[in-house]
Design a binder for this molecule. Structure first.
Ligand code: CUO
Length: 674
């Protein structure tokens, strides 16, 4: 049973809450004192919990403590919304603590953790409270169930100080007989799954309006997932697989199988698997209060496509809202996902979310086997499954349909008069120019916060992940204008050839460009040399932040803590660069300096977490770039442009680079150790 700490109190890991007797669950009331004694043995502090008038939890308790919890299920979303409101409604931190302690012992642990996390992210008075890393609260959502068993065994038998890291095998969910398994290192990467969970925590689609309605959140839903598909396709080409097929025939058998080999510590049940060639069915599951036909999804798709091709949507009042060049994509993002900001959920439905639900119940659509949902039903686990990418490729196709209706960018719009990118080079210490080196690396993560065992102490697991050598971009820019200029440097990378080994046409190539970095530059008159390290990327967060789980990993100073929670969102730095190939994978690096006049947002981002803004935005701020997300690759090319070379204006440059993969595993970094 996970222990999901109610609050992480810095330096107070050996503390217990002094819980008022009436807060205890009925079954524990008679033995309340014994419980306190048992868990208080090695406590060095009892944290007082004030008595407040306790809120009725009502139907929040309908989700039993040993069930699984999914935000994609309308019933679960509804009760989550209620619990978040309860937590947000507490008048001060003291009341919140008291309420959380009371709810903790009654409410489903996943539901509790999610709602408290959302509340802590959004309450002004909890900005300095640290959210524990989700992997240390719920390791069962990320790790092979056999490893969890070994962790428990080691924690019980081996004294703290003599424990050695437990190694997670690199290939545990399938063998190479399954060609999709070539991508397991990407799909099952801990950092990627943590990013995805965190993104959806920061951008919930249902909660109080003030929580959901963040700047351009619909557009960011489109762009962050478009980039996931671009990155996945890039990895597929590196592994001799073609781009992912979108899931377009919803009534045909699905050939991709997936056996997650995860056990839920909360339900003590295995996450369901999917065998090959299963077919989606209509869902009738009374306990989950859900009835959903596959045909509904098809109808929603057609209505959404109609809106795209007529250029407007109909809202609930019957008014017509145009899908404009700038805001249309944001409306569509909210409509397709859907979020409570959708202009009309009755008409355009809940397409993307219900796709997750239909797929996640494919093995037991009418609950006759009493099975819960598969990994597609949870944002913490969905990216493990190959079907995730087929579903999101379908979703992205619809967004692209809209983008294809927009006017193309003219050379005048794209250009930055007087500014010429002369050259760009990738430099690695002691390495070949324009070559990026990738390899395997092992790292250790402490799981002890999510496991309830005596005696306490750290238990590390060791996992193997992709990694690359840090490198530097060196960009030579000429500013022939009068005086200094400000620009935004936009760096992308894409494979040079398609899956047949042919050069791309621009129409396809543009969707393959993966954002690597974006940053403001000051250009003095004349020649400029810009150098930028790969570790500064605007899409990633450092390894330590993805896996932050010990206090010594935290940034120092109270001011930084507010940023810290939000900043758990970010693509993991170790996955910035796709795997490449042993004999070098040919790519094209793209650099553009756009005119800051067209990019700028008047705001300060001082003190706010702003280092993973490209996929995550910036906490409590506007999205830090005025252009459409994905610019300049978000639209069809102008007439006459068939290749990336023809697309370029003077302020852009493309350079051939290669990603060289070395099939070697480097020794562990000791993450989270003193
Ligand atoms: Cu992130 Cu489908 O939205 O999982």
């Amino acid at each position: 049973r996970p222990k999901e700490p109610v609050f992480m109190v810095k330096g107070k890991e050996n503390s217990v809450f002094d819980v008022p007797q009436e807060y205890l669950d009925d079954k524990y009331k008679p033995i309340g004192a014994q419980i306190v004694n048992r868990f208080g043995e090695d406590a060095n502090e009892k944290i007082p919990v004030s008595r407040i008038s306790l809120p009725p939890l009502g139907d929040i308790l309908e989700l039993k403590r040993n069930e699984n919890f999914s935000l994609f299920l309308p019933k679960h979303r509804r009760i989550a919304g209620k619990l978040i409101d309860i937590f947000l409604g507490m008048r001060n931190v003291d009341e919140l603590l008291s309420c959380a302690v009371y709810a903790r012992d009654r409410v489903n642990p996943y539901l509790f953790n999610y709602c408290l996390s959302v509340a802590l992210l959004h309450r002004p008075d909890t900005q300095d409270i640290d959210l524990p890393s989700f992997i240390s609260s719920f390791p069962d959502k990320y790790l092979d169930s056999q490893v969890i068993g070994e962790v428990r065994e080691q924690a019980t038998i081996v004294p703290d100080g003599s424990r050695t890291p437990i190694e997670i095998p690199k290939d545990y969910t399938a063998s190479d007989l399954e060609e999709e398994h070539r991508l397991a290192y990407f799909r099952e990467d801990l950092g990627i799954n943590l990013h995805h969970w965190h993104w959806h925590l920061v951008y919930p689609f249902e909660a109080a309006r003030a929580v959901v309605d963040k700047n351009r959140r619909g557009e960011l839903f489109y762009y962050m997932h478009q980039q996931i598909i671009a990155r996945y396709n890039f990895e597929r080409l590196c592994n001799d697989l073609k781009r992912v097929d979108r899931l377009v025939e919803l009534k045909e058998p699905i050939k991709e199988a997936y056996f997650p080999k995860l056990d839920s510590l909360v339900s003590s049940r295995a996450w369901p698997s999917r065998v090959t060639n299963q077919t989606l069915s209509n869902i009738r599951r009374e306990t989950d209060q859900i009835t959903q036909d596959v045909d509904d999804v098809i109808r929603w798709r057609d209505r959404i496509l109609e809106a795209i091709h007529t250029g407007s949507v109909r809202n609930e009042q019957g008014q017509t809202i145009p899908l404009t060049e700038n805001e249309g994509i944001d409306i569509l993002g909210n409509m397709i996902e859907s979020s409570i900001l959708s202009p009309n959920r009755a008409l355009y439905g809940d397409m993307h979310n219900m796709g997750h639900v239909l797929i996640s119940y494919i093995h037991d659509p009418d609950h006759r086997h009493l099975e819960t949902f598969g990994v597609m039903g949870d944002s913490a686990t969905a990216m493990r499954d190959p079907i995730f990418y087929r579903w999101h490729a379908f979703i992205d196709y619809i967004f692209q349909q809209f983008k294809n209706t927009l006017p193309t960018y003219t050379p005048q719009e794209l250009d930055f008069s007087g500014v010429t990118v002369q050259d760009v080079e990738i430099q690695t210490q002691n390495g070949k120019p324009n070559q990026i080196n990738t390899f395997w690396q092992q790292s250790d993560v402490d799981l002890s916060r999510g496991m309830d065992f005596q005696p306490r102490g750290s238990v590390f697991v060791r996992f193997t992940h992709l990694q690359h050598r840090n490198f530097t971009y060196k960009i030579n820019v000429n500013n022939n204008g009068n005086g200094n200029k400000q620009g935004t440097c936009r760096i992308f990378i894409a494979p040079k050839f398609d899956e047949r080994g042919n050069p791309w046409t621009y129409r396809d190539h543009k969707n393959m460009f993966v954002e690597l970095d974006k940053f403001a530059v000051n250009l003095k008159q004349g020649k400029n040399t810009i150098t930028r390290s790969s570790t500064e990327s605007s899409v990633t967060i450092p390894f330590e932040r993805t896996f932050r789980n010990l206090d010594n990993q935290r940034p120092t100073g109270g001011d930084n803590l507010a940023q810290f929670n939000f900043c758990g969102c970010g693509w993991p730095q170790h996955m910035l660069i796709p795997k490449g190939k042993a004999d070098g994978f040919p790519c094209q690096l793209f650099v553009m300096i756009s005119d800051y006049e067209g990019d700028k947002i008047n705001q300060t981002t001082e003190g706010a977490c702003n280092d993973a803004g490209s996929y995550c935005g910036i906490k409590d701020k506007l999205y830090p770039d005025r252009r459409s997300m994905g610019y300049p690759f978000d639209r069809l090319p102008r007439q006459g442009v068939d290749t990336i070379q023809q697309f370029l204006t003077g302020n852009m440059r493309v350079r051939d680079v290669s990603i060289q993969f070395e099939n070697r595993t480097f020794r562990p970094r000791e993450v989270g150790r003193n």
